[in-house]
Design a protein around this ligand. Structure first.
Ligand SMILES: [Fe+2]
Ligand SMILES: [Fe+2]
Length: 190
């Protein structure tokens, strides 16, 4: 069987579900990394007033993490920390964090999830906001990690003179991190 007979899921059979699941998993497994890398590449071009584009910003972030000797999961998280910018401009931290969640530790998920708010320390006050908005998380066990990420791997990654690595250098690391957990099913199994 290559195609289902149903037009409404309420008529879906056991065999159809097995077939669909297998196709979905194979497709997702082989396409996810390419899709994410393509999304990064899509940020090439517009600098939006900065001195470099968001593609270079992402590479600089990942390069700094790598050169600082951090774990591979953190390198990949840095590479993708702004990957949701083009598709979720109002909530890019949450969207990027959810994308990498199955493949990274809880700590790294938390850091990426909150990096937008923590990064606001450097500019919220210039927009009439509160640069210390992140203080509400002061007692959180990963506050320092997120503060460090923003200071060392984000706010300082807008440098046209920085010698960042090429995307190809990160591809084996992306492969390694994403291979650790195989996609198992359509949607979310309860
Ligand atoms: Fe960001
Ligand atoms: Fe960033």
């Amino acid at each position: 069987m290559d195609t289902v007979d149903f037009t409404k899921m309420e008529d879906m059979t056991f065999d159809e579900t097995q077939m669909l699941n297998e196709k979905y998993v194979d497709h997702a497994q082989s396409n996810l990394q390419t899709q994410l890398l393509n999304l990064l590449v899509s940020m090439k071009g517009p600098t939006l007033g900065y001195q470099i584009d968001r593609y270079r910003h992402s590479l600089q972030s990942a390069t700094r993490v790598l050169r600082n000797g951090e774990e591979t999961e953190m390198v990949v998280a840095a590479l993708f920390h702004d990957v949701a910018d083009p598709i979720a401009p109002e909530n890019h931290s949450a969207a990027a964090a959810e994308i990498i969640k199955p493949y990274v530790s809880e700590r790294i998920f938390w850091v990426i999830r909150h990096h937008g708010l923590f990064q606001g320390y450097y500019y919220f006050h210039h927009l009439g906001g509160d640069r210390n908005a992140r203080e509400k998380f002061r007692e959180h066990k990963w506050f320092d990690d997120c503060e460090y990420f923003c200071h060392e791997y984000d706010q300082n990654c807008f440098d046209p003179k920085y010698n960042e690595l090429a995307l190809e250098e990160f591809e084996p690391l992306v492969k390694e991190v994403f291979a650790e957990k195989r996609i198992v099913s359509i949607g979310e199994l309860a």
